[in-house]
Design a binder for this molecule. Structure first.
Ligand code: AMP
Ligand code: ZN
Length: 112
């Protein structure tokens, strides 16, 4: 399948890995938008947040637990933001479900 993040998961494209287990991979974003910016993706190819359903949703809970653990390890005690862009208007550019984790500066709200 011609999917950038599936290729990163398979090790065909290099990434700066932060965490990996049998279900998920976390790696640093290639174009960071904050001092800390990493992505957490399910190893299963799920095309977008709109494709989350009763069959595949357990990995989403796991991803949030992994993010909380990584935030502790990275000492993000001042806080962080988790973002999942969906579709064209949501700003999604890679068609494999991913959760951005942004931290290290005060993040504007609402986003632009
Ligand atoms: P989105 O725009 O929400 O679909 O997010 C896709 C993210 O993937 C962007 O923040 C990109 O900077 C990031 N990205 C694209 N290619 C790579 C790559 N090879 N390694 C790490 N991050 C990437
Ligand atoms: Zn994929």
């Amino acid at each position: 399948m011609d999917c950038l993040f599936c290729k990163i998961i398979a090790g065909e494209i290099p990434s700066k890995k932060l965490y990996e287990d049998e279900k998920v991979l976390a790696f640093y974003d290639i174009d960071p938008q904050a001092p800390v910016h990493f992505l957490v993706v399910p190893k299963e190819h799920i095309p977008s947040p709109a494709a989350i359903d009763g069959e595949n949703c357990a990995v989403v809970a796991h991803i949030y637990a992994v993010i909380a653990q990584l935030a502790k390890e990275l000492k993000l005690e001042k806080g962080y933001r988790v973002v999942a862009n969906c579709g064209e208007d949501g700003g999604q550019t890679v068609g494999h479900l991913h959760f951005h984790v942004l931290a290290g500066r005060l993040l504007a709200w609402p986003p632009g």
